[in-house]
Ligand binder design. Structure first.
Ligand SMILES: Cc1ncc(COP(=O)(O)O)c(C=O)c1O
Length: 338
């Protein structure tokens, strides 16, 4: 089976399993799990921040960040396609009681000018207080789009001028990092908080990290507990995450290369009408009326290829650690037989 639905479908490698089996664990709610403490310290150091918190999922890390940065009835500025708004089940309202100001970015990438224009006036009690700006890099629903780092710096300046907090959903930040040569610490410098996912391109089975300064992470730890995210001997999972950070970042480039190769295969299919530029490991493509997404997915499934439909005419493929060279050859043969 060639599973191109998501980069979340990977299985731990032999090396990762070995690291998990040898993890030193303890009760993390008591702060006594060495593998978790080690992972949190390592991640904080990577981003040149003071502290980090091991979370169950990317959603949990993001939602904790929004809650820790805001008070009910304040407002969050965010792109309308961002995961924190679009795919987290209304969590901004449910967990934080906040309003949202939705912007329309270029493939989900908003600008400093847009942010500035949408900050509510402080002296108008009709309007919620703008408190937080959330960014996603790479941008999932933008087809894995990478932000221009200079724009992120310009947004930071707007945030600082207006007393706004600045959070980065970096579920796939390392995909952007390997393409741009930026360092995690560059992002740590401009953002108040960063979430990263260990269970996407990095290939760990579970887990995310929320990274920030000591006070912020202390608050985040309380919120995680309220949300039921205080885990016990979860060091087995943290060990997988640490292994992923040590071994699986550079290889993300291979996923990007494979994504571009798949883009070339798709160009040859007459019913593929448009391919969104392939910046990282995501391939979003449009089909013409002769081949609705459902039909295409069924035909793919019969050939043991799995993908996701984003709309009746748009399909998503995602490359990852478990897509082998053999699978790429098979994929090419099967696609060219259409
Ligand atoms: C950009 C982005 N942020 C956050 C998440 C949430 O991660 P999780 O599925 O671990 O909750 C995802 C998941 O796909 C994502 O794509």
């Amino acid at each position: 089976m060639i599973d191109l639905r998501s980069d979340t479908v990977t299985r731990p490698t032999a090396g990762m399993l070995d690291a998990m089996m040898h993890a030193a664990v303890g009760d993390d709610v008591f702060g006594e799990d060495p593998a978790i403490n080690d992972l949190e310290q390592y991640a904080a150091g990577l981003f040149n921040k003071e502290a980090a918190l091991f979370c169950t999922s990317g959603t949990q890390a993001n939602q904790i960040a929004v809650k820790a940065h805001t008070q009910p009835a304040e407002e969050v500025i965010i792109d309308r396609l961002a995961h924190i708004y679009y795919y987290e089940g209304g969590g901004i309202a449910f967990n934080s009681g906040c309003s949202v100001c939705l912007l329309e970015g270029d493939r989900g990438r908003i600008t400093a000018a847009q942010v500035k224009e949408h900050i509510n006036p402080l002296d108008d009690p009709h309007r919620p207080l703008t408190r937080l700006v959330c960014i996603e890099n790479t941008m999932n629903k933008g087809g894995g789009a990478i932000y221009d780092f200079n724009e992120l710096v310009r947004i930071e300046e707007v945030c600082r001028q207006h007393g706004l907090k600045y959070h980065l959903d970096g579920a796939r930040l390392f995909n952007a990092i390997v393409e741009t040569g930026k360092k995690p610490a560059d992002f740590g410098r401009i953002f108040d908080s960063v979430s990263i996912c260990l269970s996407k391109g990095l290939g760990a089975p579970v887990g995310s990290l929320l990274i920030g300064d000591t006070d912020f992470i202390r608050k985040a730890r309380r919120i995680r507990k309220v949300l039921g995210g205080g885990m016990r001997q979860a060091g087995f999972l943290a060990a997988a995450g640490k292994y992923a950070l040590l071994n699986h970042i550079d290889r993300l480039k291979e996923d990007h290369l494979k994504a571009r190769q798949i883009g070339e295969m798709l160009k040859k299919l007459p019913f593929v009408s448009h391919i969104v530029p392939i910046d990282t490991n995501m391939i979003f493509f449009h089909l013409d009326d002769s081949m609705p997404s459902d039909t295409f997915l069924k035909k793919l499934r019969r050939r043991d290829i799995h993908a996701l439909a984003l709309s009746p005419q748009v399909v998503r493929f995602v490359t990852h650690l478990d897509i082998t060279g053999d699978m790429m050859e098979t994929l090419e043969k099967r696609l060219s037989a259409f």
